[in-house]
Write a protein that binds this ligand. Sequence first.
Ligand code: PEP
Length: 251
Amino acid sequence: MKKLLIANWKMELNEAETLDLVLNYKKRLKKITQVEIAFAPSCVYLKEVKNLLGRTHLQLAAQNVAAQAKGKYTGEISAAQIKELGCSYVIVGHSERRIKMNETDDMVNRKINQCYHNDLIPILCIGETLEEKNSGRSDSAIVRQLQAAISKVDGLPENELVIAYEPVWAVGTGQFLEAENIFAFHRTIKRTVSSLYSEKFYNDKVRLLYGGSINSIIAKDYWVSEVLDGILVGGASLDIEEMYNVALEGE
Ligand code: PEP
């Protein structure tokens, strides 16, 4: 499996800005062949972005998905609809949704099930808050989130899973967990996933990403980490040169 770079554009761009960014990335990222790249624009632009990406190797990700398959859920977007729009991936359980939209572990689990029912690969975000970190509960927070998210999931262990370890205190703050400190978290994540499924599943089907204030200056340390399979970038992915340089470090 290739290393993976996800660009999460959150709710930052209007239509013209989104399409302009995509057109520029199409040109700028042509040389990047060793890293798989997926863009996560606002859902209202998914179709237009897909059309612009055309036959390039660039992939599309949704930022969220409904926990339900279909029905009377005003304002929600189902996994089937996201699949229809041409997405390969869906970000699930991003800390901004867990904290600001009250998304629970149970909802995250149901969303992951919806992804697999519709042939979408979930990018499961997990990570401890500052309070959990400061009170020595980082590990237990991650274990709780992982167990709740991927226990009793129909599509596992047959399918791929992407886990984005994103300490909440590092997302969008300019603070980051240094690459050499990822090892302990990797051990916890691998142990938890392996005990739910198997070590073989973890080795063959799981890609572990780091996310949290990555920029082009520090990206290399994460790309070369033997326990990481990619990076999830927010802010830096809105800047063409920054994103290009982050991707280039992974080549
Ligand atoms: C994110 O959106 O998940 C993220 C990691 O953002 P940033 O890179 O801006 O911290």
